[in-house]
Design a protein. Structure first.
Length: 223
């Protein structure tokens, strides 16, 4: 049964929450379990809930928390392994289903150029670091464990919306179901949760438009 454990530790305003966790582990409780890696808001490993808000522990400064007490919780919607560590297997399984890599139309003989306008269409979704904050915040994931989740769907649009890609049309057909493209409640919890300002809901809405357009073309016999 999960429970809260209280620690008293002195921190400087310029310290990050991650530095506070490391200090607790080093000086008070060496058994405290948590994930971290880059310390530079790049890897997404240290995603937790800090005073009720989703964020990366490495980029959250003590002075910005603005309360004497800092309450840390593991990401919701995922089984707790120990302390702040959760089992990310459901998150990664959903991610694998969208085939998260570019499947080119042709193998180019030279550079496959993308215009600035074409790049801007998917730029926001390239910034996703797969921290799972959006997955933890999603009310649909809470009630439907089969739902792919915001990160996987937003990443799918990153590839399906790339003009160099041809292989994700099959994936769009495969996830044209309630637990895929059509599951999102569009309440923007994932947008609020994202520490990198990615807007997964926008990507999901774009996938829906692509799906409707593909179906409409099929009905009138247009490839």
């Amino acid at each position: 049964m999960p429970y809260f454990q209280e620690y008293n530790v002195e921190l400087e305003p310029s310290d990050s929450v991650l530095e506070g966790i490391l200090k607790i582990q080093d000086e008070i409780d060496p058994s405290l379990a948590f994930r971290y890696s880059c310390r530079g808001a790049v890897c997404g490993s240290c995603a937790v809930v800090i005073n009720g808000k989703f964020n990366l522990a490495c980029r959250s400064l003590v002075k910005n928390v603005k309360t004497e007490e800092i309450v840390l919780e593991p990401l919701p919607n995922l089984e707790i392994v120990k302390d702040l560590i959760v089992d990310l297997q459901p998150f990664w399984k959903a991610y694998e289903k969208i085939r998260p890599y570019l499947i080119p139309k042709v193998i180019p003989e030279k550079e496959n150029l993308v215009s600035p306008k074409e790049e801007r269409a998917i730029d926001n979704f390239i910034n996703c670091i797969l921290c799972a904050c959006c997955y933890g915040s999603c009310p649909v994931v809470t009630r439907d464990e089969k739902y792919l989740g915001p990160a996987a769907l937003a990443k799918l649009f990153r590839f399906a919306g790339d003009i160099r890609d041809k292989g994700h049309t099959d994936v769009l057909d495969e996830i044209d179901i309630e637990s895929g493209t059509w599951g999102c409640d569009t309440v923007f919890k994932c947008v609020d949760a994202c520490p990198k300002k990615v807007r997964p809901t926008d990507g999901i809405e774009a996938l829906r438009r692509k799906t409707v357009l593909r179906k409409s073309k099929r009905l009138i016999g247009v490839k």
